[in-house]
Design a binder for this molecule. Structure first.
Ligand SMILES: Nc1ncnc2c1ncn2[C@@H]1O[C@H](COP(=O)(O)OP(=O)(O)OP(=O)(O)O)[C@@H](O)[C@H]1O
Length: 247
């Protein structure tokens, strides 16, 4: 579904992505994890066409994204920090976004209602708490029923109930055959939903395998511990520390 082929991206002297070569398929929930600055958001933004790689190619359903911008409508994106016009209300924002995609008939308003955003429709975006802003971002990502969802730190700022609602939603959408890519530092949030683990470090892929294979290989049922165990065998202490904190 998405094929990232030998992608590299440099920001001045920093090699943010280094020969990334991975594929993601329908029905997978890919947990994209790694220490701060390891390249997770840069990879996501490259897939979304928001960052242009220096080298390599990204294919969406077999076609290079550089030649077909329309692929973007098949991806629902929840950014790390959602930025919206301050002076709009929640109701106006949803109306505007629906109007922009008027041709889409099959709307998925489940999160909009489960997060009770309908009861907050007169609230201005300026006045929203961080968690409510996250709920708006989540509801928008799923709204047009896209076959691919990319969620960047989706549970940051959500209370445990709202976080649980999102996790249930992710599992349901995965079971419909969607591809979902999630980054999070809260590894416990990912254990329940993930099928595949992609671990980046210094812009390189350190690990890409199914969560089941990783569990079997390490004998660990906690994602943080499983990766820490592998890192223990071969890498420096600071990544280790990251995993201890993230876990
Ligand atoms: N537009 C940019 N200009 C210069 N450097 C950038 C830019 N975007 C990202 N970087 C650098 O690239 C590296 C990778 O950043 P990226 O945001 O992809 O990391 P991340 O894994 O998502 O980190 P975090 O866990 O903190 O969100 C970092 O060192 C970052 O400072």
């Amino acid at each position: 579904m998405i094929s990232v082929q030998h992608v590299g991206k440099r920001f001045r002297k920093l090699q943010a992505l280094n020969d990334i070569d991975v594929s993601f398929e329908a029905g997978q929930v890919v947990s994209l994890i790694g220490p701060n600055g390891s390249g997770k958001t840069t990879l996501i933004k490259s897939i979304l066409g928001l960052v242009r790689p220096d080298t390599g190619t990204i294919l969406f359903n077999g076609r290079p994204i550089a030649t077909d911008v329309n692929y973007r409508r098949h991806i629902g994106y929840m950014p790390q920090i959602g930025r919206y016009p301050d002076n709009m209300t929640i109701g106006q924002l949803f109306r505007m976004i629906r109007d922009l995609r008027r041709e889409e008939t099959e709307l998925d308003e489940e999160l909009y209602f489960r997060y009770k955003l309908d009861t907050l429709s007169d609230k201005s975006m300026r006045s929203l708490s961080g968690g409510t802003r996250q709920k708006v971002s989540a509801a928008l990502a799923f709204l047009f029923n896209p076959p691919v969802l990319i969620l960047d730190e989706p549970t940051a700022g959500l209370d445990p109930v709202a976080s649980g609602v999102l996790q249930e939603k992710i599992i349901r959408e995965k079971n419909k055959g969607k591809l979902i890519v999630i980054t999070s530092h809260v590894l416990t949030d990912l254990e329940e939903v993930t099928t595949h683990v992609l671990y980046l470090q210094d812009g390189r892929v350190q690990l890409h395998e199914t969560w089941e294979a990783l569990r079997k290989r390490t004998g660990e049922h906690k994602l943080g511990r499983a990766i820490a165990r592998l890192m223990e065998e071969g890498t420096a202490k600071h990544e280790f520390l990251y995993l201890k904190i993230a876990n």
